[in-house]
Design a protein around this ligand. Structure first.
Ligand SMILES: Cc1ncc(C[n+]2csc(CCOP(=O)(O)OP(=O)(O)O)c2C)c(N)n1
Ligand code: SF4
Ligand SMILES: [Mg+2]
Length: 363
């Protein structure tokens, strides 16, 4: 007689919370935090860089998941910087996996817990099982293993923390590095003045379109409540779920340390990172429409990795952002449409700002 597998249901956080007291003129309430759990399964004392976006994501995700959680982490900054000399900041069970095996390892954990509970060898309930893989792992080296796990529908949450580069090995280009993003493998120069020529791989859309039975969502560290609630929804979903989170890399992107969360908002407000949820029951996408729409320069000018961009490169970026606005059902204001013209940036450059000289706010 098999034992029943009892699953946890985590309540969602109230998105009003403290926001009620901190309204701002742009209506950016979503950024403020409600009262959160005291527990921190990702405790202080790790060795990531100051302002590290992935570390912020790890902390929010594990706060949302709580103590009854097991975590896997494929090779990357969040393995190396978090587990030096046999020390880790985790107060929950954690395992490192090879960079290509985050998906297969996590499937094994999920299948193992199910089997042990059914046989009465683990008292349960079924724990929150999650893996947090970098973009190099999730969108490139380990993509096949994560896609396989999603397709087989193992009951686990697969997260890509996206710092848009292979950070740990020296800020090399990855498939999710944005167009014109400078990395050590995409330096700008006379032959290739934009640095990276290709647009980023659309990993989250691939995951939603390719695995239509899975809960899939995008988020950023600029929206902590959204990130934590999507973590809980992904864990509550019975079956496989995938979360794609934008996480700035202070070292690789060259920006002022305190700007990590602000970047997480501006990337959305400039149309470069659509925030959405895919509902596998309805087979529909639900889009977040930010209350502010900015030109991409408001985002690019904060980061040294874009400091070499010429007017035509900025215009190309604005074209991509405008298509994103259309894709999520928002109007493109005339001001942003005009910025698809490189000449417009040339004039702006001469009169108002200079991208080539701007090495990022405070960087
Ligand atoms: C098969 C394999 N190839 C290459 C490496 C070297 N390597 C270790 S960490 C890393 C970077 C991983 O990048 P990402 O997954 O984006 O995580 P990040 O370092 O950015 O946090 C690489 C390439 C490896 N460990 N295994
Ligand atoms: S290099 Fe980037 S991702 Fe790695 S620890 Fe530093 S800020 Fe974080
Ligand atoms: Mg990375």
């Amino acid at each position: 007689m098999p034992y029943e597998v009892v699953r946890q249901q985590l309540p969602l956080f109230d998105e009003d919370g403290r926001a009620a007291a901190t309204d701002d003129e742009h209506g950016r309430d979503l950024h403020y935090l409600p009262d959160l759990p005291e527990e921190d399964p990702y405790a202080a004392g790790h060795r990531t860089c100051a302002g590290c976006g992935p570390a912020i994501q790890y902390r929010w995700v594990l706060k949302a998941a709580g103590q009854d959680t097991v975590v896997a982490g494929p090779t990357g900054c969040m393995y190396v910087a978090n587990s030096t000399y046999l020390c880790t900041p985790y107060t929950v069970p954690w395992a490192h996996t090879p960079i290509a095996s985050g998906g297969s390892f996590t499937s094994g954990m999920a299948a193992g817990y199910e089997a042990m509970i059914r046989k009465g060898r683990y008292p349960g309930p079924y724990p929150n099982i999650l893996v947090m893989a970098g973009d190099g792992s999730a969108s490139d080296i380990g993509l096949g293993s994560i896609s396989g796990a999603l397709y087989r529908n193992h009951d686990a949450l697969f997260i890509c923390y996206d710092n848009e580069c292979y950070a740990n090995t020296g800020i090399q280009v990855s498939p999710t590095t944005p167009y014109a993003g400078m990395t050590t493998f995409t330096p700008f120069g006379k032959a290739i003045p934009e640095g990276k020529k290709l647009p980023p791989k659309n990993l989250s859309r691939m995951m939603a379109e390719g695995h239509p039975h899975c809960y899939v969502a995008t988020t950023t560290v600029g929206y902590p409540v959204d990130l934590m609630n999507k973590t809980r929804k992904g864990l509550n979903h019975v079956g496989a779920a995938f979360l794609h989170c934008y996480t700035p890399c202070q070292k690789g992107w060259v920006y002022q340390t305190s700007m990590t969360v602000e970047l997480g908002r501006r990337v959305v407000e400039s149309g470069l990172w659509p925030v959405w949820e895919y509902d596998p029951q309805e087979r529909t996408y639900h889009y977040f429409h930010p209350p502010v729409q900015r030109p991409v320069t408001d985002y690019l000018a904060m980061q040294g990795r874009f400091g070499h961009m010429l007017p035509e490169h900025v215009a190309t970026m604005q074209v991509g952002a405008n298509r994103n606005w259309e894709a999520i059902g928002m109007d493109v204001p005339t001001e942003l449409r005009d910025l698809e013209d490189p000449a417009r940036h040339q004039r702006l450059k001469d009169e108002e700002y200079s991208m080539p000289l701007n090495r990022g706010v405070g960087a």
